[in-house]
Write a protein that binds this ligand. Structure first.
Ligand code: IDP
Ligand code: MG
Length: 138
């Protein structure tokens, strides 16, 4: 793998709210290349593997429930430092405090639920990216 790659997901809230295009636009406008694209409703098995680090946390069950509630858009994006760069344009996990100008800060809010619906997922390291791309784009 020469250039860095990351896994981005438009979560079910992003797809349901009709924001997939806006989110893809921001990824491309930043200069990253979209090299893979799939729409699917993920199984609990796929999500359990994807979110294994969070098993046992209070938001784990609501997270799996939410993520399997409807279609998501899985994106493979490529570019120098894309892992860090996408996390930067996604913004903080909590959409209430995510900075304006970020995806979560501009388009997200707290809905008073057990799990934060924050529109996107982005891999957080080269190791996670490789593992997650294997799960979603095998
Ligand atoms: P990240 O998506 O910013 O990397 P993670 O800590 O990996 O955040 O958590 C995975 C997902 O679980 C978050 O995107 C969010 O949807 C949800 N989540 C994380 N922490 C909390 C929390 O404290 N309360 C409610 N939901 C949370
Ligand atoms: Mg994470």
């Amino acid at each position: 793998m020469s250039t860095e790659q990351t896994l981005i997901l438009v979560k079910p809230d992003g797809v349901a709210r009709g924001l997939s295009g806006e989110i893809l636009r921001r990824i491309e406008a930043k200069g990253y290349r979209v090299t893979g694209l799939r729409m699917l409703t993920p199984t609990r098995e796929l999500l359990a593997a994807h979110y294994e680090e969070h098993e046992g946390k209070p938001f784990y069950e609501p997270l799996i429930e939410f993520m399997s509630s409807g279609p998501v858009v899985a994106v493979r994006a490529e570019g120098e430092r894309v892992i860090e760069g996408f996390r930067s344009i996604a913004g903080a996990t909590d959409p209430t405090v995510a900075a304006p100008g970020t995806i979560r800060g501009d388009l997200g809010r707290d809905w008073g639920l057990a799990v934060q619906q924050n529109l996107v997922h982005g891999s957080d390291s080269t190791l996670s990216a490789e593992r997650e791309l294997g799960l979603w784009f095998s």
